[in-house]
Write a protein of this length. Structure first.
Length: 289
């Protein structure tokens, strides 16, 4: 998905179906670095010898985080269940885990949190972000691209790359980690995908995000409003099924199409072109006898 979106429908261009759509990300691209420059994580606090802006009494070193109790995370269920561990001090960056960890006691009983319905890969990205301030693939500084990985195709044919970041987005929203949510949103707009990949992504977005989440929903609706007449031929049946399965998606797309049509009509009335005036009917010059 492109790097930014705008509530207005953009003019159609017959180039890249994904990268050339301008969609505003709000402050996502700017805020994604806040985690690394802020005070949430000890390893990103800057020069340890610089105390001009940091109160030494309130400073927490990375070593102190690593010295905090280890929490066991049981992710998934059944045959897909996996056990992970993380330091409680870092988990506390999440409002969700802060509430969970607050229930632990110091009597030596196990510190375990079950996450039966969560995606293991998304949880892995969440933990990677807690420890490093980012997750793979990282954005290339100064570019609208992600790091290259030989195992990942340049074009997302199935939507897997889009879904990866979408799942991190919804997980960050649930865990109350705004910086990770913004980062995942910005990475979505760096992925080049196909019509079928876009449909898989749109279906996930409209199934697992609330209606008022315009940060992730608006770009999806805008994209299909400007591209549906060209991309529909590539996945017409899938597009039809998506509209029937999620009527809100079809309504959002149609609303943007009609809004753009109304905008064009208003512009034509305010700035009529030389050929826009109605011509008088032309009569034959032949005379009747």
């Amino acid at each position: 998905m492109a790097d930014s979106f705008n509530e207005e429908i953009l003019e159609e261009t017959p180039t890249n179906t994904r990268a050339d759509v301008e969609m505003a990300e709000g402050t996502a691209a700017d805020e994604e670095t806040t985690h690394a420059n802020g005070s949430e994580l000890p390893f990103a606090e800057g020069d340890p010898d610089d105390t001009s802006t940091v109160n030494p009494a309130s400073r927490i070193s990375f070593l102190q985080y690593l010295a905090s109790p280890v929490v066991t995370l049981i992710v998934g269920g059944g045959d897909s269940e996996q056990v992970l561990t993380a330091h409680q001090g870092l988990l506390w960056q999440s409002t969700y885990f802060k509430e969970q960890c607050a229930e632990f006691t110091d009597d030596g009983s196990p510190r375990t949190i079950e996450l039966p319905g969560e995606d293991i890969d998304a949880v892995g990205c969440f933990l990677e972000f807690l420890y490093t301030g980012d997750y793979f693939p990282k954005k290339i500084p100064g570019q609208r691209q992600l790091e290259k990985d030989p195992s990942i195709p340049d074009v997302d044919m199935t939507g897997d790359q889009l879904l990866k970041h979408a799942k991190v987005y919804t997980l960050a929203d649930k865990f109350g980690l705004a910086h990770l949510k913004n980062l995942a949103s910005s990475k979505i707009h760096c992925v080049n995908s196909t019509a079928k990949g876009e449909i898989a992504y749109a279906r996930y977005v409209y199934e697992f995000t609330p209606r008022n989440d315009t940060t992730i929903r608006a770009p999806v609706a805008n994209f299909w409003a400007t591209r549906s007449h060209t991309l529909r031929a590539e996945a017409e049946q899938e597009f039809r099924s998506l509209c029937l399965e999620f009527p809100q998606f079809g309504y959002d797309v149609l609303t943007r199409v009609l809004d753009e049509k109304l905008k064009r009509e208003r512009n034509e009335k305010m700035h009529p072109g030389p050929s826009s005036a109605r011509k008088r009917p032309r009569h034959s010059s032949a005379t009747n006898t």
